[in-house]
Design a protein around this ligand. Sequence first.
Ligand SMILES: [Mg+2]
Length: 195
Amino acid sequence: MTDEQVILLDCDGVIVDSHPKFMRLINAKFGTVFKISDIINYKYEECLGKEISDYILEELWHLEDLYDDAPVPMIIRDMIRTLRDLGRVILISAPMAGHATSKMRFLHRAGFKQSDIVFTWDKAALERAFPGALLIDDGPSFLKRHQGPKIIFDQPYNQGLESEITDCLRAYSHADVYWLAVDLLYPTVSPVVNI
Ligand SMILES: [Mg+2]
C-alpha cells in the first residue's frame, strides 16, 4: 500500500444519474407515468415490466449522447474537490460501448483528467492495483467484493443492502460523502473523558 490515499469513485448513480432522463423518454414513448422512485431494485423488469426493461437495457443505456446534457451541479463539484483533499480520486466506470465517448466528455466537464479515469468491467482489478482504497459506489456488486473501506451512495434501488455488504457506511447526500470518507480514511480514537 502506498502512502497516498486512493478513492475509487463510481460514476453512474453517484456523480450522474441517467434515470430522470430515462423516465422522461419512457413516459413519452409508452404513455406511462413512472417516477425515479419506482425503480426500487436493480431488476428493471420487476419494477417497470419487460418491454420497458428491454428498452432501457438495449437502447437507452446505449445512447451516443447519453451524458451530453447531464449537469455537473455545484454539490458534485464540491464533493469531488473536497475528496481530492483526502487523496487521489480515481473515477471508475463500466461503460456501454454506445455511450462511452459521451461519458468521457461528461467526465472531462466534471473535471477529471484522462489519467484519473478508468473504464473497466473488472473493477476487482482496481482493488488489486489500489489495495485499501476507499470505494464510493451505489451498486452492490463491487461493494460486496471490496475489501477496503466503502461507502454506499443512497439510491431508491439500493435500500437495505448493508445487510449483504459488510462494513459499509451509507451516504444520504453528496455532502455526507466527504465526512464519511474522513471518518473511514482518518479514524481517530475518541478521547477518554474523565467525569
Ligand atoms: Mg453506479
